[in-house]
Design a protein around this ligand. Structure first.
Ligand code: TXA
Ligand code: MG
Length: 325
């Protein structure tokens, strides 16, 4: 059965979605980053359905979504002075914090780890839904390993027969997943670059370490090689890779106009030159290229600064996972 799709801005939709969640169902909902696949975080059977729907391995823990920072003690134990520097400015927002886990959070949510990942999404419908139905465990609403959905249609295409309800809030503003920062250590460690930049975090905390081998050592298991893969092989341009002489090839470009002849399709991520615009367009552009049955997607690179670090992180993983690299 196909999931019901309701407008996220309507109070009645949110009431209905909250009811589905209270009954142990799955609701896909918009956030400012990407669409999440939500279940009641304190209902292990509902959380198990997330893993089943996504075909996600049980060793990959979920993010718990809260309505506000004062709710953090419901899922995280202890106190950390760094929270006072981060949460007033960055929550609600695309920052996930890894902290010691509180009693009562189901094992499955945290994959048995002694830590929990939590964030407060910056989206009115998501916040209202959490207020109505309680903290929600929610991964990105895509099949395991595929690019995250940034529209309700992306969710419906891939998981439409596995969720009970989809709330349609239009395209996601940020378009890339949240930054994951571990506060289990001092200095803090960046486990996944995302919507909040490393520069911003360093500005607030001073030193923040980069997770050294995110591709090799899955500290955040979603850091595994090959996440975000397209079915079409994707290669990063440069370093010897250019348009092959044979086959149908698509180009994923940033702002430039030149060098795009002979491609079957071209997606330009940021005509304005703004990399935040590129981030917001990235996953939808990848999906459009992936739907064309091309032999190869050639992706340009951008500087790994600011949001560019997160964009290149996703493109490199996509290249690995699609066997294009
Ligand atoms: O923007 C986002 O974060 C989106 C929206 C829906 O909020 N969610 C998202 O969830 O990207 P997901 O499951 O696709 O990615 C969550 C990542 C995974 O890589 C997981 O391994 C990591 O968070 N994670 C969760 N709990 C963790 C923990 N205790 N320690 C380290 N990593 C953790
Ligand atoms: Mg994901």
């Amino acid at each position: 059965m196909k999931a019901l799709v309701l407008p996220a801005g309507e109070p009645d939709s949110l009431k209905r979605a909250a009811e589905v969640l209270r009954q142990g169902g799955l609701v896909a909902f918009p956030t400012e980053t990407v669409y999440g696949l939500g279940a009641d975080a304190f209902n292990p059977r509902a959380v198990a359905r997330i893993f089943e729907a996504k075909q996600r391995p049980a060793f990959d823990p979920l993010i718990v979504h809260l309505a506000s920072a004062p709710d953090l003690p419901r899922v995280a134990a202890g106190s950390d002075a760094r929270l006072a520097a981060l949460t007033p400015l960055l929550w609600p927002g695309p920052l996930t914090l890894v902290l010691p886990r509180a009693d009562g959070v189901p094992d499955l949510v945290c994959a048995g780890l002694p830590s929990v990942a939590a964030r407060v999404p910056d989206h009115p419908a998501a916040l209202e839904l959490i207020r109505l139905a309680g903290p929600l465990a929610a991964p990105s609403a895509n099949p395991f390993g595929y690019a995250s959905p940034t529209t309700a249609a992306h969710v419906a295409d891939q998981l439409g027969d596995r969720v009970d309800l989809i709330l349609d809030g239009g395209p996601c503003r940020v378009g890339l997943e949240s930054t994951i920062l571990s506060l289990l250590t001092e200095p803090a460690r960046l486990l996944r670059p995302g919507g909040v930049t490393l520069e911003t975090l360093r500005g607030m905390l001073g030193r923040v370490d980069l997770d050294e081998g995110p591709l090799a050592r899955p500290q955040a298991p979603g850091q595994m090689e090959g996440h975000y893969a397209t079915r079409t092989p994707l290669q990063l341009a440069g370093e010897g890779a250019g348009k092959p002489s044979r086959g149908r090839c698509g180009l994923l470009a940033f702002s430039g106009q030149g060098g795009a002849t002979g491609f079957e399709a071209v997606e330009r991520l940021c005509p304005s030159g703004d990399l935040f615009e590129a981030a917001a367009n990235l996953f939808a552009a990848l999906r459009r290229l992936d739907a064309l049955g091309l032999d190869l997607i050639l992706a340009e690179s951008c500087p790994e600064k600011g949001i560019g670090l997160a964009i290149m992180n996703r493109l490199k993983r996509c290249a690995k996972g699609s066997r294009g690299a």
